[in-house]
Design a protein around this ligand. Structure first.
Ligand SMILES: CC(O)(O)CCCCCNCCCN
Ligand SMILES: [Zn+2]
Length: 664
């Protein structure tokens, strides 16, 4: 299934007609450059174009009052003076004779997107709209917003499609207070927002934008605010919040639909955000949400005022929605102190509501929500120092790297008598191995004559890895007689000269995994039930689950809270996913893991499985081909021992691995 793109140039036909410094950044060019970038890059042609439509009165009334709607209806007929007068009652927003029409198109576009996704016409999609929506409230326009596009879409999805749980992720740099007010007592809509806050010193300067606004009554726990109290936040900060706050809760919530308030003023260069995250971060933020709700994801444009970073960020988002390989994020360096404080506060505020956050630490000593602004001078110094140290590159950043699709998506190396799963390309041609390598294999396996088919297998494996590294193939599935031996061989012989860093993810017990790496060329993360003696080195990380890999709750917690951050920090060139026989890992969890691991190494994942487990080749192939993984159904509360052990492991490792830091 494809990716929907909604855009109508009519929504560029309104603008600020008078002088108002607060609103001058919200210009029609925002939409024009975004769409033109998609056209120029060829991405728009790969999308399914869905027409915009006007939202009806009843759809708008899902969120707004009749009084407000009737008032807005009058604006097309107002004189300039009337429009100015009318605007005065609201904050940081302007009206125009054509804005009511455009606001209906913006909301209607979001509804068209929901229809396309919910009817299965497309898998996911994005609506490029203006005016944005997430600040507008029941009875008021605010912050360039007239109708709350995403809030209307959430209510519409519930009403028309019986959607039980909607996740709204708001990565715009402003707090979508309009969305928060709409759903704060509603447990069927989980609203997550991060936003520039600076201890309430940043617009809209609301006390209720802080992390301790967790929702009300039955909605308690379903509103998550992560305030950024410094500018200059980087990719690491954003990823840490996704891995340690949003994703654990999102997986536990198990939404039927994901809506994204896709504001790109959180990108570097934006005058509003003053952050330093690069446009390619949105490729990863999108990817990390794409295995929720069976891939049903609707992104709706909110903010974004630097026309260069906005266009690049939109392209990065669309390219991921289309399933293209992800760019490698270079030199992630762990979250800054302020970000850790914020995520620690958010986690502690929500630990009573979410079992996946149950073991979160107490809030930091300096409780940032009531933190009284120190003397202006001291504060000023801290921010300046923080800022210059945080992103010295000022307002220039490298063009996002090209994300080329390999000619072959998924290849397989299988015994001749095993049928190749649909969609995979069997690699049969295997050139003769260099004699050097054969001799290596021989003394590796310490047998005089390495039996013929084993050499064939390894020569095919070697060929496959060469093609992965050459980006001729994206990922691969290999069936071998002895998966542990194959893993050793891949790690020690077949990759040493081909890649710089291999992330080995070992699922299940192992026999003689006596491999310890100290040079950093290989990072092994082993998830099993094996009660392991202490961790051997920085590059060998055993995660033990009380009930083993069949415990999906414990497993997904370890993946989100440990494997993902480690993977981002390690930044491998190849991911080797090894499924040990008898691991007991649940199929949906296995597919989720393969989906999430695609975020690393440009998607170069090599799955190693034992021949006698060929029964799960189909689901493995499906995940490798990029089909969304099935939702993890009815997750139990993770075992306390496992939650505790994971926290302790993170604390122990965070000296070596900064992205594991969740406490300041
Ligand atoms: C959709 C959105 O969240 O991007 C709207 C942001 C409104 C900002 C209002 N204040 C602007 C002050 C100008 N320096
Ligand atoms: Zn914004």
């Amino acid at each position: 299934m494809g990716t929907a793109l909604l855009y109508d140039e009519e929504m560029t036909k309104y603008k600020l007609l008078w002088v108002d410094p607060a609103c001058k950044i919200e210009v029609p060019e925002r939409l024009i450059v975004s769409y033109e970038a998609l056209v120029r890059s060829g991405l728009s042609d790969r999308c399914i174009s869905i027409p915009a439509r006007e939202a009806s009165d009843s759809e708008i009334l899902l969120v707004h009052s009749e009084l407000y709607l009737e008032a807005v209806k009058k604006t097309p007929y107002m004189t300039l003076e009337d429009l100015k007068e009318f605007t005065l009652q609201f904050g940081d927003v302007y009206f125009h004779p054509n804005i009511y029409h455009c606001a209906k198109l913006a909301s209607g576009s979001a509804l068209q997107l929901v229809d396309s996704v919910m009817t299965g016409k497309v898998r996911n999609g994005i609506a490029l709209v203006r005016p944005p929506g997430h600040h507008s409230m029941h009875g008021a326009a605010n912050g360039f917003c007239v109708f709350n596009n995403v809030a209307i879409a959430a209510r519409y999805a519930k009403q028309k499609y019986g959607v039980k749980r909607v996740l709204i992720v708001d990565w715009d740099i402003h707090h979508g207070q309009g969305v928060q007010y709409c759903f704060e007592d509603d447990p069927s809509v989980l609203y997550f927002s991060w936003h520039r806050y600076e201890h309430q010193n940043f617009w809209p300067n609301l006390r209720e934008s802080d992390y301790d606004s967790v929702g009300k009554e039955s909605g308690a726990g379903f509103n998550i605010n992560v305030p950024w109290n410094n500018v200059g936040m980087e990719n690491s900060d954003y990823l840490s919040v996704f891995c340690h706050v949003l994703l654990p809760v999102a997986y536990e919530f198990c939404p039927d639909l994901v809506l994204v308030c896709a504001g790109f003023d959180s990108a570097i260069g934006d005058p509003e955000g003053e952050m330093c995250a690069t446009p390619d971060i949105f490729a990863h933020l999108t990817h990390l949400l794409m295995n929720l709700a069976g891939g049903k994801l609707c992104a709706v444009l909110e903010g974004g005022y630097n026309l260069t970073s906005l266009a690049q960020s939109v392209c990065q988002t669309v390219q991921t929605l289309l399933g293209d390989p992800l760019p490698q994020l270079a030199n992630l360096r762990g979250p800054c102190k302020s970000a850790v404080e914020s995520l620690q506060c958010a986690r502690s505020a929500h630990r009573r509501y979410w079992s996946f956050l149950k073991h979160a630490a107490d809030p930091p000593m300096t409780d940032i929500s009531t933190k009284h602004i120190k003397s202006a001078m001291e504060e000023e110094e801290k921010t300046e120092m923080a800022e210059e140290e945080r992103c010295t590159e000022g307002k220039v950043w490298p063009e996002p790297p090209e994300r080329l699709c390999p000619p072959v998506c998924s290849a397989s190396v299988l015994p001749d008598d095993v049928a190749c799963p649909d969609g995979l390309k069997r690699l049969s041609s295997s050139k003769d191995l260099e004699p050097l390598l054969v001799s290596k294999l021989k003394n590796r396996f310490r047998t005089a004559a390495v039996d013929g088919d084993r050499v064939t297998t390894f020569s095919r494996l070697y060929t496959l890895i060469e093609k992965l590294v050459a980006n001729e193939i994206r990922n691969g599935l290999v069936l071998v007689p002895d998966v542990a031996a194959a893993m050793m061989c891949v790690v020690q012989d077949l990759t040493s000269d081909l890649v710089k860093r291999v992330l080995v993810v070992c699922v299940g017990k192992e026999k003689e995994l006596d491999y310890v790496t100290t040079d950093g060329k290989v990072l092994v993360v082993q998830i099993s039930s094996e009660d392991r003696e202490e961790q051997r080195s920085k590059y060998y990380i055993p995660v033990c689950l009380k009930k083993g890999c069949s415990d999906t709750s414990g497993f997904i917690q370890a993946v989100l809270g440990l494997l993902l951050p480690l993977g981002y920090e390690y930044n491998p060139d190849l991911v080797l996913l090894v499924r040990m026989p008898g691991s007991g890992v649940v199929d949906s969890m296995w597919q989720q893991l393969i989906g999430l691991l695609q975020g690393f190494a440009k998607g170069h994942t090599l799955v190693l499985m034992q021949v006698n487990e060929k029964a799960c080749m189909g689901s493995t192939a499906s995940a490798l081909l990029g089909h969304p993984a099935p939702p993890l159904q009815d997750l139990q509360t993770p075992f306390p021992e496992d939650g505790d052990a994971l926290e302790r492991l993170r604390e122990r490792l965070q000296a070596d691995w900064k992205t594991l830091q969740t406490t300041s």
